[in-house]
Every structure is written in C-alpha cells, then in structure tokens.
Design a protein around this ligand. Structure first.
Ligand code: PHE
Length: 454
C-alpha cells in the first residue's frame, strides 16, 4: 500500500513537472506570453507574429559573422513579410549578441526561449557556440537551425537541431584533395585553434584525407583564439618546409597568420576553410593573402540567375557585396518559412518534423535535403585571394549527392579537382530565380525591405 502511495506521489510530481515544462516550451510554444494579435500557437492563420530568435556574434573577433548573417536574415524576413508573411503571420526577428563566446551563446538562447518565448531559433555561426546554444534549444524542444556551423557535433546534440550547410568531414576532405591535386602539395603543416570545435574537427578531417591520399603532415602547431602573435608556431612549421600550411581558424587569426608568415619568409600557399570568409580578411591581410585558398558555401560571382537575384537585392539594400554567410542567413529564413508552410501550424514539434522532411529545397547556396542526421549535402566552392581580391577557383560536388549545384551550368575554370563531378546534379527548378520560397503570394519581385530596426 505504502509502495503504491509512493508510486502515485511520484507519478503526480512528474505529471506536474511535465505540465509546467510542457506548457512553457513544447506543447504550446506561445503560452505564457500571448503574442500580439491573438492567441499564438493555435496554428490558425493570421493570429499573431512568428518569433524568430537569432543569436550571433555581433561584436568581438568574429563580428562580421553576425553582421553578415543578420543582413541576409533581415532581407529574407522583409521579403517574406512584404508578401503577406507565413500563413498570414508576420515574421519578427529577436536578436541577441553573444559576442562570439560560448557561455554568452548559452545565455542568449536561454533568454530567447524563457523571456522572449521564441517559436524558432537561428544561430550560431561558430560551431562551439552552436553546440552550446543547441544543447539548450534541444532540452527545451525549440527547433534551431544553424545557417553555417559545419562541425558534425552541432546536429548530434539532438533532433531539434538542424543546419543549412555542408559539414566539416566533406570540407576537410575537399581542401585536402584540393591541396594535393591542384596545389600539388606533398607535405603540409597545420596551425590550429585548439579551443575551437570547428578548427579541431576541420584539421582532423584534413589530416585524415591528406595522408590517406599519400600526403604527409610534417608538423602541427596550436594557438587559441585571441592570440595575436603566431611567430613561434610559424617559425617551427617553416623549419619543416611544408608545401602548404593549413589554417582552419576564423578570419582575424587567419589574416594575422598570413601577415606574419610572409614576414617570416614563408611564401608558399596557405589553405583555410569557410572560417576565413569575411570582408575583414583582405582588409587585415592585404597583399600578404596572395596565394591563399579557402572554401566557401556559394560562388557569389556565379551567373546563376538565383544567385544574381539575391546579390542584386542585397546590394540594393546594403550597398555592399554579400559574403556567403549572408546567403546562408537568407537561405535559413526561407528554409524555415517553407517548413512552416508544410507544417501548417505555428507549433514547435510540427516545425521540427517539417524541417526534418525538407527535400531538395531550392536554396541559393544549393538544394537542401535534410538527411537522417539533419545535415544537408551541398557543394563547396574554393576561392583564392589574388591582388587583394577574392576570386572563384572551383566547385566541388559531394560524391553521390543529388544536390542542385547553385551554379550548375557555369563553366568551372580548370575543372573540379575532385572526381567524380556529380552527374546527378539537377538544373534549378523552373522559376527558381524568383525568390518564391516560403512566402505567399509568389512571383513578386524581390522587394528591398524597410530599413533595419526590428
Ligand atoms: N563553419 C564555421 C564553424 O562551424 C563557421 C563559418 C561558416 C564561418 C561560414 C564563416 C563562414 O565554426
């Protein structure tokens, strides 16, 4: 009898707990804080805004990551709202600056969920911050999409966490093959940020493929983000005379490393990953960046009409050329809008299921199909810095991918260094040049949105 009573008490306590947790997070995403315009979360069209919680580094050593992504996010949000929103509801952006710090990313996500009661999360760029934020999104059952975090661990956090980009196994392998086949490197050194999940993962994947293909890693050196003197590490690596040095860090570090490497007399190629992608890279590194190569998510100089329509809308609004983070921010919002349309309701669990079912969604950066691990398989673009400019080198199609190449049909100078060039690439769907993904009514030309200020 006593045992039964205890069991009953336990069940009741658990039920009360689940009710409390469930009400504030899962079952009714907008309970507690009614959204303006009606009782949110009911799924009925036109009853309140959809709150998109964004967390990014708007300040600090990776500030352009946040700025660029948010420029893409706001452009997409304003286009969609100008066409009537999603299911008749307006998208509203709530932004938290995490200063590029993991602990701040956790706090930012907690705030967006607990205080702002967001319906969906968008963030971060740096993988370590997405892992931190993703853990909280997952435990609160709020769907999160990272536009650009590439470390495999990001989506391993759980089924509520998605990404809109390729992953580092592909990126590391692609840059290793590019170094071997195109740059003809037989030996490589590696200079890694040892506190960054992204840099550590990418250097491992690079190393594995470079050695598997017969190359030799002659030395590996480490630093931590925020360091500004890399001369000791560069001197050690230079002494081993590698054909290239792989630098899988973020742009501020990469640019400083390029400057110090040239100063110390190392003039061979430096190779990096998408973390180099920033207008600040060339600003800091200048001519010292000549003979450096890195990967990005889309060729913004491509003649693909879809890419060009985006670039034009971006330039009209911001008077600058987008980097690929802006593209991924834009793509992520349209991906979410498309998922909401298929979900048919503003409901966190339904949105999660719809995101998971994304199938050949025609993003600017390449078609997005969420596999079982919520990791899209997409092409990668290699660029080179030359005379203070960043120029397109080649596109690498993932093996066995059915992804739509963003610039399918664009001749590739020199051809892809990676066999095989995927024969399964499909042309963009008809009308794909009009950004009609996710926002009814469709077919309206891209409307430059109202000035920032949401
Ligand atoms: N892929 C990087 C990471 O996971 C972030 C990044 C993406 C930076 C694209 C620049 C451009 O940490």
């Amino acid at each position: 009898m006593l045992r039964h009573c205890r069991a009953l008490a336990l069940v009741l306590t658990m039920a009360a707990f689940l009710l409390a947790v469930g009400c504030s997070s899962t079952s009714n995403p907008t309970a507690g804080t009614p959204t303006p315009g009606g009782p949110g979360g009911s799924g009925a069209p036109g009853t309140g805004d959809i709150k998109v919680g964004c967390y990014f580094s708007m300040t600090g050593a990776t500030a352009t990551f946040g700025e660029s992504t948010m420029n893409g996010v706001r452009l997409a949000v304003d286009e969609i709202n100008a066409r009537g929103g999603v299911m008749g509801r307006k998208l509203v952006v709530l932004l938290e600056d995490d200063q590029g710090q993991q602990d701040q990313a956790s706090l930012a996500v907690q705030k967006l969920i607990n205080q702002s009661n967001v319906d969906v999360l968008v963030g971060e760029v740096a993988s370590s911050s997405s892992i931190a934020g993703g853990n909280i999104a997952q435990s609160s059952a709020v769907p999160m999409v990272s536009p650009s975090s590439t470390n495999p661990k990001v989506t391993q956090v759980g089924p509520y966490v998605f990404r809109a980009c390729f992953t580092d196994d592909f990126q590391g392998a692609s840059m290793a093959r590019f170094s071997k086949d195109t740059l003809k490197a037989k030996t490589a050194g590696i200079l890694t940020d040892k506190q960054s999940d992204y840099a550590k993962g990418l250097s491992e994947f690079f190393l594995k493929t470079f050695e598997a293909e017969g190359g030799k890693i002659v030395g590996e050196e480490f630093y931590i983000q925020g360091d500004s003197d890399f001369k000791g590490q560069i001197t050690s690596l230079k002494g081993l005379n590698p054909d290239i040095i792989f630098v899988p860090g973020y742009y501020t570090d990469a640019a400083l490393i390029a400057r110090q490497a040239r100063e110390l007399g190392y003039h061979k190629p430096l190779v990096g990953g998408d973390g180099w992608d920033s207008p600040k890279l060339v600003e800091i590194g200048g001519k010292d960046l000549d003979k450096t190569y890195y990967s990005v998510h889309v060729d913004v100089t491509s003649t693909d009409p879809k890419v060009q329509a985006f670039v034009k809308a971006f330039q009209d609004r911001y008077k600058s050329t987008p980097d690929t983070l802006a593209v991924l921010g834009y793509d992520t919002i349209y991906l979410i809008a498309d998922a909401y349309k298929r979900a048919g309701a503003v409901d966190r669990a339904k949105l999660r299921d719809a995101l998971a079912a994304s199938d050949k969604f025609p993003a600017i950066s390449g078609a997005i199909t969420m596999g079982p691990t919520r990791d899209p398989i997409k092409p990668l673009v290699v660029v080179e810095n030359k005379d203070g400019k960043t120029v397109y080198v080649t596109t690498v199609q993932p093996q066995g991918s059915t992804a739509t190449a963003p610039d399918a049909g664009t001749p590739e100078p020199g051809g892809s260094p990676l066999p095989p060039a995927t024969p399964t690439a499909t042309p963009p769907p008809p009308g794909a040049s009009a950004p009609d993904r996710g926002g009814p009514p469709v077919g309206t030309p891209a409307t430059p949105g109202s000035p920032d200020g949401q």
